[in-house]
Design a protein around this ligand. Structure first.
Ligand code: TUI
Length: 315
């Protein structure tokens, strides 16, 4: 069975994190992942502190295993949520879509393990200096907010820039991806899209799940570059309309308004015309609904087989 230093550091059985997907990763999903031996992560997204506190309490009613909270740093409630995770003393905080420097001292003083998502070497070095426990290197194959670099080139460069454990994210949905991530220098993986098909992922509309299970290789696209927030989603009627609008004469304000609330409309209403169905490039590799614990076991067992078989390439 694959174990790595991140398992010891966090007290988890398998080096598998569940991505903090805004509007989707609630206490129920996070608890199922943590009970399955991975690291379950509640997504704060754009929600207020009271929602995050409530979801933390739900997890505490379902498991005593380690729990993470992801803070989306562009959220208007980021300061409030940063305080809630400190008060609740969650085991791990992951951050995304920005620079968490101003919170690092507060969290580390509270004994929280801070694992920021980094999309560049510069950010990896800064987070290392500021006392992060580990880093998540997320490539642009991922769903949602994306950086410039792919996982293939980001992970080894982050690995070379830090002495901290590196978790690879973006483009990983099975044991082959996990094995490859280890070869690039990671000691763990984070998966988001694969967990959309978890039985315990009950926040998403049936249409969202169905779109993931029926996705094909070219089913995702990136929009939002014009406003500086590129986001990968399924190629739905909304995504196409938004992409066209980016190249039309539409003002930045109108464009912003077009995107407002789109994630909620996808997750809660399954609205293909107005909703943004965030998903990674691996969507086509997600083939069946399974309990979260089974997803973790399948991926880790396949990775182990792949890694054991790797010697065949060396004569
Ligand atoms: O955060 C994510 N993925 C997300 S967040 C999200 S919600 C959202 N809603 C509207 C617009 C944008 C996002 C949906 N998906 N992934 C982690 C991630 N973080 N990927 C890339 C980064 C990142 C980017 C820049 C981390 C740090 C960073 O630093 C920039 C700086 O401030 O120097």
């Amino acid at each position: 069975m694959i174990k790595s230093k991140i398992c010891e550091l966090l007290g988890i059985d398998y080096p598998v994190f569940q991505g903090g997907m805004a509007w989707i990763a609630d206490g129920k999903l996070a608890a199922a992942v943590s009970n399955g031996g991975g690291l379950g992560i509640i997504a704060a997204g754009n929600a207020p502190g009271s929602y995050v506190r409530q979801q933390i309490q739900i997890v505490r009613g379902l498991t005593t295993k380690p729990l993470g909270v992801n803070i989306m740093l562009m959220s208007p409630f980021a300061d409030e949520v940063a305080q809630v995770v400190t008060e609740e003393a969650v085991d791990v905080v992951t951050t995304g879509a920005g620079n968490p420097s101003k919170y690092m001292a507060q969290w580390t003083a509270a004994g929280i393990k801070v694992i920021p998502v980094v999309a560049s070497v510069a950010m990896a070095k800064l987070m290392t200096r500021l006392g992060a426990t580990a880093l998540i290197a997320e490539g642009g194959e991922s769903g949602g907010h994306v950086g410039e670099l792919t996982t293939m080139v980001l992970v080894p460069q982050v690995r070379d820039a830090t002495t901290l454990p590196v978790i690879a994210a973006g483009g990983i949905a099975d044991g082959r991806g996990m094995a490859a991530a280890f070869m690039l220098g990671a000691c763990g993986v984070q998966m988001g899209t694969r967990f959309l098909s978890a039985e315990e992922c009950t926040t998403i509309h049936p249409t969202y799940k169905e779109k993931i299970l029926n996705a094909t290789d070219l089913c995702t696209m990136v929009t939002g570059k014009r406003l500086g927030h590129p986001v990968r989603s399924l190629r739905t009627p909304f995504a196409r309309t938004y992409a066209k609008a980016e190249f039309s004469g539409m003002s930045d304000e109108e464009l912003e308004a077009l995107g407002t609330g789109a994630l909620r409309k996808a997750v809660q209403e399954g609205d293909l015309e107005h909703g943004s169905f965030l998903a990674g490039q691996v969507a086509a590799m997600v083939k069946q609904e399974q309990p979260a614990a089974q997803i973790i076991r399948d991926v880790v067992e396949e990775a182990e087989q792949v890694l054991r078989g790797a010697e065949k390439w060396v004569n």
